[in-house]
Ligand binder design. Structure first.
Ligand code: FES
Length: 169
């Protein structure tokens, strides 16, 4: 299916997975989200070159792939830390201190929005609603784990735990 592409970022097995995603939809272009996800799972983030590659696979203009990747905060457009902390500052979270939480973590780690600590352990990102408004304020770690109803001492504990885990690996 992908004979016309000379430089592959995916191996044969991964290309079969791409074919599987394409087969689920009436149009090839609809597989853009799962294929972007595959890129992120493999490389940890999604570079411009990999967006172009996804465009080639799905016969889509790069600009379309870029539009999808930049719309969703679950796609990382820059390298992230071992623990990528996404802190919601949307309305419910803001009313419950989400913006203060973001500033607290930012100051504590010494990094700004979308930056990575020099040791590569943490990165932070201010995001829109993550669907956990009833348990605000909250943060999400590595697109997987939710920490809710957060207080600043709990955040301190969390960061200490992650740092300790990172030092073991
Ligand atoms: S407003 Fe923060 S999770 Fe919805």
């Amino acid at each position: 299916m992908f004979e016309n592409i000379s430089n592959h970022l995916f191996n044969q097995e991964e290309l079969k997975q791409v074919e599987y995603h394409i087969s689920k939809y009436p149009k090839k272009m609809s597989a853009v989200m799962p294929v972007l996800w595959m890129i992120q799972e493999k490389f940890g983030w999604i570079s411009i070159d990999s967006m172009k590659y996804v465009g080639e696979l799905l016969e889509l203009p790069y600009e379309h792939v870029l539009g999808v990747a930049t719309f969703y905060t679950m796609y990382f457009k820059k390298p992230v830390g071992k623990y990528h902390l996404q802190i919601c500052t949307n309305v419910s979270c803001m009313l419950c201190g989400g913006d203060k939480l973001f500033k607290y973590v930012s100051d504590k780690l010494g990094i700004k929005n979308k930056e990575v600590t020099s040791d590569g352990i943490f990165s932070i990102e201010e995001v829109e609603c993550l669907g956990s408004c009833g348990t605000a304020p909250m943060l999400q770690v590595n697109n997987k784990e939710y920490y809710e109803n957060l207080t600043l001492p709990q955040v301190d504990e969390l960061l200490d735990r992650f740092r300790a885990e990172a030092s073991k690996n």
